[in-house]
Design a protein around this ligand. Structure first.
Ligand code: NDP
Ligand code: 8X3
Length: 252
């Protein structure tokens, strides 16, 4: 039987690229995000291109009730979920901690940490029924190192790093693999969101070097998920060639 992947944050960036990659590999897809119009557009495109079976789920990962309702209301044939890609996330603002806004902090922690927890918990009963269950958490280099102005975003991604390790231990008895992919700078809508719609500022982040592309991350996710059953890639850090670590970037 074809396998099914649920991808959070499939309306843009890494999540959308993962949807294309898994569709090309003939997987059934549950694509999720808040922007329903984008989900429908992607669904139509993947159905036309690959005759994929695609189901859209519209929810905000920060709202536990919404998450649970959306998952519970799936038709039984969509509850055979094998792989969860916990990708939805964001940074909001970049600057000194003492100038930070609690609203920005809450958005990051509620989305990147609590949202990932809610979605994972809601899906575990179904993942436990799969013989090929795998959770792939999208962390960040910001979850391995701290950089100036990164404070709360870094804290949220360090939490993803810790949760990945913790889940790997606690879910071992169920045969569920848990992996993390921790990218460096990748050109997506990430910086536009971080800088609250300031296009110039967002564009400047990626100028003067070749950033990672969403497709680079999707390929890596696919590599991780397509290993033989007895192999689990626990943790992968993937960086642009021009970036040595979270605060050392060589720009032309
Ligand atoms: P994008 O902004 O391009 O995409 C983010 C996705 O997350 C969107 O689909 C968005 O969907 C979804 N999302 C955000 N908030 C919520 C929410 N509350 N509920 C549901 N979905 C939500 O960013 P990227 O693709 O770059 O980011 C994907 C992940 O990768 C994030 O976790 C990010 O932290 C991480 N990352 C990014 C890096 C980069 O440099 N780009 C590097 C390292 C890690 P919608 O708005 O429609 O709900
Ligand atoms: C996104 C990469 O370096 O801006 O997680 O934190 S970084």
């Amino acid at each position: 039987m074809e396998k099914t992947v649920l991808i959070t944050g499939a309306t843009a960036g890494f999540g959308e690229a993962c949807a294309r990659t898994f569709a090309k590999e003939n997987w059934r897809l549950i694509i999720t995000g808040r922007r329903g119009d984008r989900l429908t557009k992607l669904q139509n495109e993947l159905e036309a291109l690959y005759q994929s079976e695609v189901h859209c789920l519209n929810f905000d990962v920060r709202n536990e009730k919404e998450v649970n309702n959306a998952i519970e209301q799936l038709q039984p044939e969509w509850k055979n979920i094998d792989v969860l890609i916990n990708n939805a996330g964001l940074a909001v603002g970049k600057g000194a901690f003492d100038e930070g806004l609690s609203d920005d902090w809450n958005r990051m922690i509620d989305t990147n940490v609590k949202g990932l927890m809610y979605v994972t918990k809601a899906l575990l009963p179904y993942l436990k029924n799969s013989s090929a269950a795998h959770i792939v958490n999208i962390g960040s280099i910001a979850g391995k190192e701290v950089y100036p102005g990164g404070n709360v975003y870094c804290a949220s991604k360090h939490a993803v790093d810790a949760l990945t390790k913790a889940m790997r231990i606690d879910l071992l008895p169920y045969g569920i693999k848990v992996s993390q992919i921790a990218p460096g700078a990748a050109e997506t809508e990430f910086s536009l969101v971080r800088f609250k719609g300031d296009e110039e500022k967002a564009k400047s982040v990626y100028q003067g070097f070749e950033a990672l592309k969403a497709e680079d991350i999707a390929e890596t996710v696919w590599f991780v998920v397509s290993r033989p059953d007895h192999v689990c890639l626990n943790d992968i850090i993937i960086m642009p060639k021009a970036q040595a670590n979270s605060s050392t970037l060589l720009k032309k």
